[in-house]
Design a protein around this ligand. Structure first.
Ligand SMILES: NC(=O)C1=CN([C@@H]2O[C@H](COP(=O)(O)OP(=O)(O)OC[C@H]3O[C@@H](n4cnc5c(N)ncnc54)[C@H](O)[C@@H]3O)[C@@H](O)[C@H]2O)C=CC1
Ligand SMILES: O=C(O)[C@@H]1CCC=N1
Length: 270
């Protein structure tokens, strides 16, 4: 399977890196990227072929993965439409409906939407997938196998659910990094070196996630196991509850989902 990425930025790089680690050959991956510096970086870092020419870039591909920013997709689709040879199209753009992409590509049927995440770089991504009814079983399997190479996948039956996927796991790594940042900063304030604070914070996330994913117990129970009566954790959690942090985090995630809806409406008018 030959895959052409159109747009060779952050998310495409994460996917390319994961696919190469999974055993894809560099020769199976091509990139169309308008920025010369980014093209050089992709060639150096991954050994993949990168071009600015759209027609050349998709000439031998079986799958075209649309990895430009949502704001760049409409224009790209106009250019792409006359060049397509009925390849499977996978869009990772946040908030742009499959029906709009299909329309922009001139009533193109083979469109799958995917919402991956940057941990794909280390093959620990998670991707929500959605296919319209015009996508056949083989195309579904191919799309899934590409994203499964860089982490786990799940299908949503309703496209609307991709807003939730975007708000939880697409944007989610940023929330986790923010929490890690806060822990590191507190650790340094408490006298640890930056290296020590980093090691303790990161390993806490890795360990707690692994524990939660391997345990039969829910996270509320696991949290209770850390909290001794009258101890340190109880006090820290109490301080978080008093500042209503959980509600604020949930409100932030709702805001991400609202933004995703808004983007769908904005682009749907094009
Ligand atoms: N960064 C993330 O964590 C995630 C991003 N996404 C989606 O992935 C897409 C890409 O996001 P990023 O990689 O973060 O953006 P980015 O800005 O890093 O990458 C986009 C790349 O596309 C290139 N480009 C723009 N127009 C082009 C064209 N006409 N032809 C060829 N190349 C072109 C740009 O030069 C840039 O290198 C977005 O649609 C975003 O919604 C989805 C899930 C997670
Ligand atoms: O922030 C964004 O719009 C994209 C979608 C999910 C992660 N990054």
């Amino acid at each position: 399977m030959n895959i052409t990425f159109i747009g060779g930025g952050n998310m495409a790089s994460a996917l390319i890196s994961g696919l190469l680690q999974q055993g894809f050959a560099a020769e199976q991956l091509q990139v169309v990227e308008i920025n010369a510096e980014s093209r050089e970086k992709l060639k150096l870092e991954f050994g993949v072929w990168a071009t600015h020419d759209l027609a050349d870039g998709i000439a031998k591909s079986d799958v075209v993965l649309l990895s430009v920013k949502p704001q760049q997709l409409y224009e790209l689709a106009q250019e792409l439409a006359p060049l397509l040879r009925d390849q499977l199209m996978i869009s990772i753009a946040a908030g742009i409906r499959a029906s709009d992409i299909m329309r922009w590509l001139g009533d193109y049927g083979r469109v799958v939407r995917a919402m991956p995440s940057t941990p794909s770089l280390v093959r620990l991504g998670v991707t929500g997938l959605y296919a319209t009814s015009s996508v056949n079983e083989q195309d579904r399997r191919n799309a899934e196998s590409i994203l499964a190479a860089v982490g786990s996948t799940l299908w949503v039956e309703e496209e609307e659910m991709l807003h939730a996927v975007t708000a939880i796991s697409g944007s989610g790594p940023a929330y986790v990094f923010y929490f890690i940042e806060s822990m590191q900063q507190a650790g340094i304030e408490l006298g640890l070196t930056p290296i020590q604070a980093r090691q303790l914070s990161l390993q806490t996330f890795v360990g707690a996630s692994k524990l939660a994913s391997m345990s039969d117990e829910d996270v509320v129970t696991l949290r209770a196991r850390v909290s001794s009566k009258g101890g340190t954790t109880e006090l820290a959690i109490q301080a978080m509850e008093e500042s209503d942090i959980k509600c604020k985090i949930m409100a932030a995630i709702h805001a991400a989902s609202v933004r995703s809806h808004e983007m769908s409406d904005e682009f749907g008018r094009k």
